[in-house]
Write a protein that binds this ligand. Sequence first.
Ligand code: UD1
Ligand code: CA
Length: 468
Amino acid sequence: MPQYPSSTNKSALDVLILAAGLGTRMKSNVAKVLHKLDGRPLIAHVCRTAAKLAPRGIYVVVGHQAEQVQAAAEQELGEQKPSFVSQKQQRGTGDAANAGRSALAKANSTIVLLSGDVPLVRAETLRALIDEHARSRASCTILTIRLENPTGYGRVVRDAGGNFSKIVEQRDATDDERQIREVNSGIYCFDSGKLFAALEKIQPTNSQGEYYLTDVPAILKEDGDAIALYQHADSREVSGINTRAELAEFENLVRRRTIRRLMLEAGVTFVDPSNAYVSSDAKIGRDCIVHPGVHIEGNAVLGEACEIQQGSRIVNSRLGDRVTIKDHCLIVDSEISDDCAVGPFAHLRMNARMEERAVVGNFVEVKKSKIGRGTKSMHLTYLGDATIGENTNIGAGTVTCNYDGKNKNPTIIEDNVRIGSDTMLVAPVRVGEGSITGAGSVVTEDVPPQTLVAGVPARVKKKLGESK
Ligand code: UD1
Ligand code: CA
């Protein structure tokens, strides 16, 4: 992706994201930008979009729950490390932007200023805004939208000639001004020097006693600068989230889009599209069938022709082709190969891995374990820190007793083993190839290959194999 400056814009590009507020209208103890949309904090959405512009720097203004907001931004951006500037007290959006002064006042750049609570804006829209800013030679370009119901937004007042006059916040607006449908999206382009010079002049002389960033354009205009308005058609894209009701609306919108895309482009069947929850980052292959109440979260990847039955949840996991997940399973950070079956009521977690044709059934929990090709564990079992070979059968009620009170210990079960029902495998322990444990055995010592053991504690009953 080409780095800005583009051909029309010679100055460097920096992004400044305002994310220090608490978000009073959320009625939450959690900072607004940490609330999740599509499984990721709002701030993560804005950071991802910012990164797509390949700017010189991404600066995030943090205040409320700064540490968590920083962590969320860093996690999203990874290598492209954002910088953080702190706004100690939340005295308004103008004060927040001013927190970037020491980092950016002398940057001599074009600053794209974003709000941490406007998560759906697309990089293409921002590129168009940047181009308009360069073309118009304004010192500030404001992204505006027209809303049927502009309540709560700053209104954009134009003069008789249709040029920018000022932005007036809802609370400070006259009745006439409140009729205006064109509103400030809270997204702007500024020339860095101009922005910080004007920020020195703003006063908290408004109904909230705050320093309003929205006063900056009028100040620049008074100083004789051109202010450009860039009206964007898709109002949803640049709407902010201020309440939980709006958050839920956005969630719905994103979800519907994701599911529609998966149906129309990827060839996935949703039995009830209104009752399936799929992260926009998830990948689902052709001819998969997703039943009602299913959640597919994070970076989950499903191959082709999988069936995910009612009420299952798959998080950051990878499924091969033709995998069946029966009703009500939870699968987290795990990997399931082709032609496996899981559930109903199974739990795979912490890098559980199933190789081809393995089966994990009713009420089985698998943690940090590998289950070999064709191996079955059908009922009421806990497999933790275990490595299990091929074509082995794990009887009902088997438990790997992996925890000795201090450490987690490994269990190894080799190929072609039959673990009898209700066997306790006291780890660390190994069961050799082709061996059998009797029902109710408590296996405290390694079992050699081709050996039948039984009892409490389990003892060798006979050698198997040749004599058979
Ligand atoms: C702001 C605009 C309004 C615009 C709307 C669009 C102002 C005064 N008003 O209103 O014109 O229509 O966005 O969504 O700018 N923040 C801080 N520190 C603060 C205050 C806010 O970092 O002291 C951050 C918030 O975390 C948030 C962003 O700035 O991410 C916007 O603040 P918010 O209070 O939501 O502004 P609005 O009232 O929505
Ligand atoms: Ca807002």
